[in-house]
Design a protein around this ligand. Structure first.
Ligand code: ADP
Ligand code: MG
Length: 675
């Protein structure tokens, strides 16, 4: 039986069983699906098509005898030349002079190594005799305790004995529709492909399977979360809501109308809402949140808006108060710095239902905070809250509807994966009349001359931000860094303009005073670590310098940039950076080329990979074994659609064509991915 432990195989004793277990291999099936993580392709490569620093295998004929030169203590270099289709290149090996015997003039050999395009030279790592070796060798992740060849032998034996027991687990109609390789064939071709082409087909199937199974679990979870018994109907007062939206000082954009409708439909329905609202900085998410909160209140429920920082909480409270101005809404603020007496009053108000809407920080999820009837929870900048914090707030109500707002556009593939259990609404349109921020990139040397230029903006009465990077290892360093820049600018612009400094070490009261002063144009230049990253609204600020911009992620830079360009005047963002490598330069360049947050996040994903973009730990983004979120994105989309389609079929689990799938997709599976 394929489900038997690996110890049934000959040659697998207790010790080897342990070694295999350390690789996550327990059963025969585990072993059979322990796929290579890459293949060494020793197919003949043309010299012209190899990239600099690429690891390749080059075949050719040896045209000069190897020369060994020794240097230092026990160090040596062996060099010779090879020819491939009339092109001659150098090969060098370090400290492997014993290979000398393997290199004979006139012989065909294949060398695996790293290509140096400038020198036309291959830094050899291994010599492969060209005739005997297979062209396409699988490489497995192994440990010191087990060798590649041993593992391959075991897989071979397992396949011979149990290969015929590998069952198909995808429904037939999908195999046919996407011409997927059957599972048993794919397993073989992953380990022992006849050629790269067959291996590609196998991989395509395995990737599909991996994504599909994951999505089956996610969609199952979504179905469960959304099920009627879990939700509440927020039966809001349509007339009052209409009056409210008509009272707003502006007309909603089409995108705002669309997402508002999506949210309101969810509120009304007994399904449990779990919706992600994405919209670029400045696209107007706050008013959408206000409408949803107001709707909730008219239905007799309470609403909560949770944000990551005190400043942002304060700002949201002000915005909401303005929007609700003539209406009777009881709204309160609860943060870490709320005074004990006020706090007690607020807790009472929440528990007895006198408070309709509460805005706050983490302080909202403390144990003693109780609600009378919480109907809607909104979190802003949700990615800053851990999954557990989100969950705690949610549990304070009887499954309140949940709306997650984010201005960090998440590439679609990541959204599908990390938030597959949610519905997604997107505001993809800016309120009319905005002038896009003009972004440029300068080197540190040019900083002072650019400060001259910026003076023209200050003369017009505009204000300016100067952002310093947060140095994660050391808050003290941040402060030092920011302080130095502050002093430099203060000296530079004295006595005409006032410069102020804001950093993370300051007390909240101090921060607030400085923000207020800047808002009221009492100071013209604000030097700050990234504490202003979210939420700050000072439309008169038209210039932003970002110091050491290459230390920030693209999404973060974009966020920061969103702090200017909020008024009707042209605005500028100046990235000050001397990036050390090509990727850094590329990232600066992209920033100057696009203002579209989604384009940037896709680019970031491409350049830095999902882990960096997302931060694995807090997000719970699953890691796939074979599938790749960037390169296999289109397969992910298809797999998701198909998984959704299966879940649309009533009681699909008991239908014969899904019997093998039902075995794999256990009820309740997937629950461990989140919360
Ligand atoms: P964000 O999505 O970044 O949270 P905000 O909600 O802070 O954006 O909105 C940015 C600014 O745009 C606010 O000053 C808000 O009043 C304004 N705004 C929002 N929607 C519209 C609209 N439809 N027309 C004009 N201005 C709008
Ligand atoms: Mg906002």
């Amino acid at each position: 039986m394929i489900t038997q432990p690996v110890s049934v195989l000959p040659g697998v004793g207790e010790k080897r069983q342990q070694v295999l277990a350390s690789l996550g291999i327990f059963t025969i099936e585990d072993l059979l699906t322990y796929y290579p993580f890459r293949y060494e392709d020793i197919q003949e490569r043309n010299l012209l098509e190899i990239n600099d620093q690429e690891k390749v295998t080059l075949k050719g004929v040896v045209v000069s005898a190897p020369v060994v030169s020794r240097f230092g203590y026990k160090k040596s270099r062996m060099q010779f030349r090879m020819m491939q289709e009339h092109a001659v290149f150098n090969v060098s090996f370090f400290n492997q002079s014993y290979l000398k015997d393997k290199v004979e003039v006139g012989e065909d050999i294949a060398v695996y190594g790293k290509w140096d395009a400038k020198r036309k030279s291959l830094a050899g790592m291994k010599i492969l005799a060209s005739k005997q070796e297979e062209d396409f060798a699988p490489i497995y992740h192994v440990t010191k305790a087990i060798r590649q060849t041993t593992l391959i032998e075991l897989i071979k034996v397992a396949f011979e004995k149990f290969g015929n027991q590998i069952e198909e687990n995808l429904p037939n109609h999908l195999i046919e529709k996407y011409r997927l390789m059957p599972r048993n064939e794919a397993v073989r071709a992953m380990h022992f492909p006849k050629d790269p082409k067959e291996n590609q087909l196998a991989k395509r199937r395995v990737v599909f399977e991996e994504f599909f199974m994951f999505q089956m679990k996610m969609q199952g979870l979504k179905q469960k979360e959304h099920s009627e018994k879990n939700g509440i109907s927020v039966l809001y007062d349509v007339e009052r809501l209409k009056n409210f939206t008509q009272s707003l000082p502006f007309e909603l954009t089409e995108a705002q109308k669309r997402v508002t409708n999506e949210i309101c439909r969810d509120l009304r329905s007994p399904r449990h809402m779990q919706r992600l609202l994405q919209g670029d900085v400045g696209s107007g998410k706050t008013v959408v949140a206000a409408i949803a909160l107001y709707a909730t209140m008219t239905a007799g429920f309470q609403g909560a808006l949770m944000v990551p920082t005190e400043i942002l909480a304060q700002q949201h409270l002000e915005s909401l108060n303005q929007l609700f101005d003539p209406l009777e809404v009881s709204i309160a603020l609860l943060t870490g710095s709320t005074k004990a007496r006020d706090r007690r009053a607020i807790l009472t108000g929440l528990a007895n239902g006198e408070i309709d809407i509460i805005v706050g920080t983490h302080a909202l999820i403390q144990k003693d905070v109780e609600f009378s009837n919480l109907g809607l929870v909104i979190t802003d900048e949700q990615h800053r809250f851990g999954v557990n914090q989100r969950k705690v707030l949610r549990e304070k109500g009887w499954h309140p509807d949940v709306l997650f707002m984010t201005a960090t556009p998440i590439p679609r593939t990541l959204a599908i994966t990390a938030y597959g259990e949610m519905d997604v609404s997107i505001i993809d349109e800016m309120p009319a009349g905005r002038i896009p921020v003009k972004t440029s990139w300068i080197s540190q040397k040019q900083f002072d001359s650019t400060l001259d230029w910026a003076q023209a903006e200050l003369k017009k009465g505009h204000q300016m931000y100067v952002i310093c990077p947060l140095i994660e290892e050391s808050e003290a360093l941040d402060v030092k860094n920011a302080t130095e820049i502050y002093e430099h600018l203060a000296a530079y612009y004295a006595p005409d303009y006032k410069v102020s400094l804001l950093h993370g070490k300051m007390k909240n009261a101090e921060k607030e005073t400085i923000m207020e002063e800047f808002k009221d144009a009492g100071s013209q230049i604000l030097v700050s670590t990234t504490v202003i990253e979210v939420g700050v609204n000072v439309p008169n600020a038209t210039v932003m310098f970002i110091i050491d911009a290459d230390r920030f992620g693209l999404a973060q830079l974009h966020q920061l940039r969103g702090r200017v360009g909020r008024g009707s005047d042209a605005s500028y963002c100046i990235l000050v950076a001397n990036p050390k490598n090509e990727m850094g330069k590329e990232r600066m360049k992209i920033m100057t080329e696009t203002n579209n947050g989604f384009v940037l996040s896709e680019k970031d994903l491409e350049l830095r990979g999902p882990g960096e973009v997302f931060g694995f730990r807090q997000s719970g983004l699953p890691q796939f074994l074979i599938a790749d979120l960037v390169n296999d994105a289109n397969i992910l989309e298809v797999a998701r659609d198909e998984a959704m389609a299966v879940w649309q079929i009533k009681d699909w689990q008991i239908l014969p064509e899904f019997s093998s799938l039902a075995k794999v997709v256990q009820p309740d599976a997937g629950e461990t991915y989140f919360d």
